[in-house]
Design a protein around this ligand. Sequence first.
Ligand SMILES: [Mn+2]
Length: 318
Amino acid sequence: MMDKNIEIFINKLKEAKSVVVLAHKNPDGDALCCVLAMARLIEKNYDVKCTCVYDGNIPEYLGGVPLRRHAHCWDKINPDERFDVAVLLDYGAEHQVGGPLAFVKNAGFVVEIDHHKNDKPIADLCIDDDTADATAIILKRIMRVAGWRDDIDIRDLLAVAILTDTGNFKFAHHGETLVAMSELVDGGVNIHHLVELMNNKPRKAVLVEAKAAANAEFFYHNRLAVATICRRDYRDMDGRGEMVLNILGQIKGVEYIVLLKEQKENQIGMSIRSRGAAIDKIAVSFGGGGHERAAGAIVRGDTLDNVRSQVIAAFKGM
Ligand SMILES: [Mn+2]
């Protein structure tokens, strides 16, 4: 099935004159790097012009990845532009696409490549696998089946995608992920170099995360850790606060970690991590989604304090 879909994808690329490539808004490493790698692969293997677009902010720790300058904020592109093919990567759900959804709706043909659980895929052709450790892993499979030529920039991008989405392999569940990285390293990728490239956060951003971790509160016999970041501190953040989740997840006995970010007045970003039972249903109950052990939501129309109480209550009995 997967191979048949890849064949259809390739035929669409052969016919296309213009392609737009995009992922979820506020891209993380997997989203941004898959977009940049996909566009380079298409341009390298087919005679097609690709446009990479994103919505929101690209965090500074990803500012130095190869081909970064090829990613354009969606509002810099003519809104009437009609692309022959839209390639939608690592997007999760329709509402997470943001501004560039219009390019998807207007495209002649839409292909999605994703590893998120999604009950309502929006593409004409789905090359999805919600068991893959990163979208980059599915991309790697497509490259192998299609026999695409690549280069060191593409290999570096795929490696960054895998490193970030697996938390440097902590959440790598399949040998395939390690085999993929092994092939990338044999192809010239330097993991140490890439990790250093991402150690590029502004000092303020790191200190805000350290402060949030230091002020965390613990509930249900210390099995739930809750950290909050107020609106003023939120402005200094770079990325989603992965470090806070990481620090708190290292504490003995902590099974669930919640980070609440006051993005705007009455708009709270929620990230949840689990070392135990699945928590994606809790994220869904707040209007979000994600994976069993890493999920999130954006809650609108409520205060930080209220969302904090509600999410603590949601963990009762777990
Ligand atoms: Mn991903």
